[in-house]
Design a protein around this ligand. Structure first.
Ligand SMILES: Nc1c(NC[C@H](O)[C@H](O)[C@H](O)CO)[nH]c(=O)[nH]c1=O
Ligand SMILES: CC(=O)[C@@H](O)COP(=O)(O)O
Length: 203
């Protein structure tokens, strides 16, 4: 064990992952966007590979990694509140239909092409590259704990898609855009499959 004689990385899930009914949020940074953008595309391609409809993938951007947890929590909470409001409106429609006989089911039609309801999972994507001060360490620590908190507090699986690298090349390799012959592995794909798997996690 050790060295190059084992597969470093995630083993495929043992069961089929069907993401066709899922609604996924991606929040990504504009910091280091030349590396972040391929990671986002890798995550989207992975979600689509597992059947998630493009209209059910919401992509939003924030300045930097430190803003990721707050933005993810705000957008997840909004989706949960909208879902609660939608259910209340449907009940109100049904009650008004039974009393007036007229169908007021305007709330039953989904607004836009995307699936109604809360997000089933979220992916926070960013790239932190160590500079010459302790700023890197403080942000990395805060963001990793913050993203964990969002998932636990909202109940919506929130994937940690933040590269914490010591050099540009380390980050580029992990976005699949390395400078050498070996372009590396795009971790965005792993984050997409993790989001689908965790969204489908059931007893
Ligand atoms: N140095 C990096 C940052 N720094 C900015 C912070 O994330 C944050 O936006 C700022 O402190 C304002 O709150 N962000 C990254 O995403 N990557 C970095 O390498
Ligand atoms: C991750 C960072 O905040 C880092 O890039 C900032 O660089 P520096 O520590 O040289 O200010």
């Amino acid at each position: 064990m050790g060295g190059d004689d084992f597969h470093k990385g995630v083993k495929e899930a043992p069961h089929k992952l069907d993401g066709s009914s899922l609604k996924i949020l991606i929040v990504h940074t504009r910091w280091n966007h030349e590396i972040v953008d391929p990671l986002v595309q890798g995550a989207i391609s992975s979600l689509q590979k597992y059947g998630v409809q493009t209209s059910n993938i919401t992509v939003r951007d924030v300045p930097g990694a430190y803003e990721l947890p707050g933005a993810a929590q705000k957008l997840i909470r909004q989706s949960q509140q909208q879902s609660t409001n939608l259910v209340a409106n449907i009940v109100e429609d049904l009650l008004s239909t039974t009393t007036t006989g007229s169908s007021a089911g305007q709330h039953l039609s989904s607004k836009g092409s995307g699936k109604q309801g809360p997000f089933d999972a979220a992916i926070c994507i960013g790239v932190l590259i160590k500079g010459s001060t302790m700023h890197f360490e403080y942000i990395a620590d805060a963001v990793s704990h913050g993203i964990m908190r969002v998932g636990l507090d909202t109940g919506v699986p929130t994937v940690f898609g933040v590269l914490t690298c010591l050099t540009d090349e380390q980050a580029m390799q992990r976005a699949g855009i390395g400078r050498g012959e070996d372009k590396g592995h795009n971790h965005g794909g792993d984050w997409g499959s993790a989001a689908v798997e965790m969204a489908l996690l059931r007893i």
